[in-house]
Design a protein around this ligand. Structure first.
Ligand code: ATP
Ligand SMILES: O=P(O)(O)O[C@@H]1O[C@H]([C@H](O)CO)[C@@H](O)[C@H](O)[C@@H]1O
Length: 167
């Protein structure tokens, strides 16, 4: 007979858009926030999230819904991992305090609900180009990018798995 386990405690870090505003009230500040697809988690992602977490006392991650990933044009076969799985993997990370799934192309709604002190993206973005940064600035928050330490990507991993040339 196999033992029955309760749901792992990290599942409690996943909150719906409706519960986000209230859940954030319980987090220590300053709050750092980021967003992304995080389809197949790799070393670049986990390093980036650990570094982002050091910028404040809590890290909130907004993860794209499957429908919003399809709006980004990453390919007909993306995402590989469905939204609830991507959210669970992120929630299991020590660096991550809260995870929410968002449905729009740009995560302005969850950012407005969280009102982070610091908004962060990876070094593949420029702060000046981000509508999220303009929103966060409206309540006095700041935004920054974190340079890549490891050149990794989900797209490159998929190419490798599927027999492409990536190492
Ligand atoms: N190698 C990396 N190092 C640091 N940060 C990264 C790296 N890859 C992605 N990021 C950051 O992680 C977040 C999620 O990125 P994303 O899901 O687009 O990763 P990806 O592996 O580049 O995916 P894809 O290949 O599907 O575009 C973004 O904020 C991005 O800037
Ligand atoms: O994982 P990605 O592709 O880095 O995440 C995207 O980031 C976009 C970014 O915040 C610029 O607006 C966002 O709009 C998009 O929905 C993905 O989260």
């Amino acid at each position: 007979m196999s033992k029955h386990f309760p749901a792992p405690s990290f599942e409690k870090k996943i909150v719906s858009g409706e519960r986000l505003r209230e859940a954030v009230q319980r987090l220590p500040r300053p709050i750092v926030m980021t967003n992304g697809v995080f389809d197949i988690l790799h070393r670049g992602h986990v390093t980036y999230l650990a570094q982002a977490a050091t910028l404040g006392a809590s890290l909130v991650v907004a993860v794209n819904s499957d429908a919003s990933v399809r709006m980004l044009g990453k390919g007909d076969d993306r995402p590989v991992n469905r939204e609830e799985d991507r959210a669970a993997v992120l929630a299991a990370l020590e660096s991550v305090s809260l995870v929410t799934i968002f449905s729009d192309k740009v995560p302005l709604e969850p950012i407005a609900a969280v009102r982070p002190d610091i908004y962060v993206k990876g070094g593949d973005y420029e702060v000046e180009d981000l509508p999220e940064a303009r929103l966060v600035a409206s309540w006095g928050g700041r935004s920054c990018t974190i340079a890549f330490e490891f050149e990794r990507s989900t797209t490159a991993l998929l190419k490798k798995i599927r027999g492409g040339a990536e190492k």
